[in-house]
Design a protein around this ligand. Structure first.
Ligand code: BMA
Length: 334
């Protein structure tokens, strides 16, 4: 059998509810960054009321010996936007500051909030940046012509409308506009038909912005959450220049196949090691625990172009269709 692109770490799952210093139900979907030489995970923790908060876990090597904050690090603020907790953060470093986009669970549904920190102790809340329903948001680490760019995943109640990945722009991280579909869900039997959402924040490479995203396939047994890759033009991230045909990580290990929500891998953060090639990707497994898998960045980039099905014989999806317009591609083709 061909070697997999991602290798699961032998000590997976690296964090479980049993590791927590206080009683919790589940620990999953962590944001990740590097702070003072440590790998820092901002982990979504679901307590035993069902409400989630975020807690920091630090490790020198990113695999073990985790130092977990003894109490919740970032709790819902009691506002209407976070009435049922905070979930699924992503971290992007902009101008040396950690920008955390996370889901606020409001009474009107999930929405996107922003908070900024320098030390993971004090957090500056910047409030709601995308109204409900919206989630799976992450910022780019750079500005394009002076503007910030955000990838996110709104959902509308319009009949038959799928949940696509969108791109939006802001001069100040507060006012947003120029919305467009960036990466549409595919259709029919595809692994990423129906619903897609960004995983970790976009990763700059010499060949473009590498994206890892989750795709959801509905089956008679429930939803299957898997992860695939896409590539955006480095200068103009509105242009999708590659998209993997197949998923690159799917639920296989026992801790991915069973848990609170079976058959879920949900990547939310990645770090490139000092060799410039080894990628450590962190993900929630079965909405219960945290796992990590490594890959070669060079191989991921090669894969996304080599398996891109744009214009190929077995697809109804073409990268070129995606650029521009409020709704991007013509929906009849997707
Ligand atoms: C998504 C999000 C994630 C969760 C996933 C699988 O919609 O809510 O938090 O991990 O479903 O249940």
């Amino acid at each position: 059998m061909k070697r997999r692109l991602f290798s699961r770490h032998p000590t997976n799952p690296i964090l479980t509810p049993d590791d927590w210093p206080y009683p919790v139900n589940a620990v999953f979907n962590p944001a990740v960054t590097v702070h003072e030489g440590d790998t820092v995970l901002l982990v979504r923790v679901e307590d035993r009321s069902g409400i989630s908060h975020l807690t920091v876990a630090r490790s020198a090597d990113g695999y073990g010996d985790w130092k977990i904050d003894p109490r919740p690090t970032f709790l819902a603020d009691g506002s209407d936007a976070e009435v049922w907790g905070v979930e699924d953060p992503r971290i992007t470093v902009i101008d040396g500051r950690f920008h955390i986009t996370y889901t606020g669970f409001s009474a009107a549904g999930p929405l996107v909030c922003l908070a900024v920190t320098d030390d993971f102790r004090e957090f500056e809340r910047r409030g709601v940046i995308m109204p409900p329903e919206d989630k799976d948001a992450a910022l780019f680490p750079v500005r394009f012509d002076g503007r910030y760019a955000l990838i996110h995943r709104p959902v509308t109640a319009y009949p038959g409308m799928q949940a696509h990945i969108w791109l939006s722009w802001s001069p100040d991280l507060h006012h947003w506009g120029d919305y467009q579909v960036l990466l549409p869900a595919r259709r029919g039997a595809w692994w990423d038909a129906g619903k897609v959402g960004l995983g970790p924040p976009p990763l700059p490479t010499a060949h473009g912005w590498l994206l890892c995203y989750h795709g959801v396939k509905q089956t008679a047994a429930g939803a299957l959450y898997r992860a695939g890759l896409a590539m955006l033009d480095l200068e103009d991230p509105r242009r999708v220049i590659g998209r993997s045909r197949d998923w690159v990580l799917g639920p296989e290990a026992p801790y991915e196949r069973s848990g609170d929500v079976p058959d879920v891998v949900f990547p939310t953060g990645w770090v490139v090691e000092e060799d410039g090639d080894t990628v450590r990707m962190y993900y929630g497994a079965a909405d219960t625990c945290v796992a990590v898998a490594t890959a070669s960045l060079g191989e991921l980039v090669e894969h996304v172009f080599a398996t891109c099905v744009c214009g190929g014989p077995h697809t109804d999806y073409r990268c070129e269709d995606v650029a521009g317009g409020l709704f991007g591609p013509s929906s009849s083709r997707l």
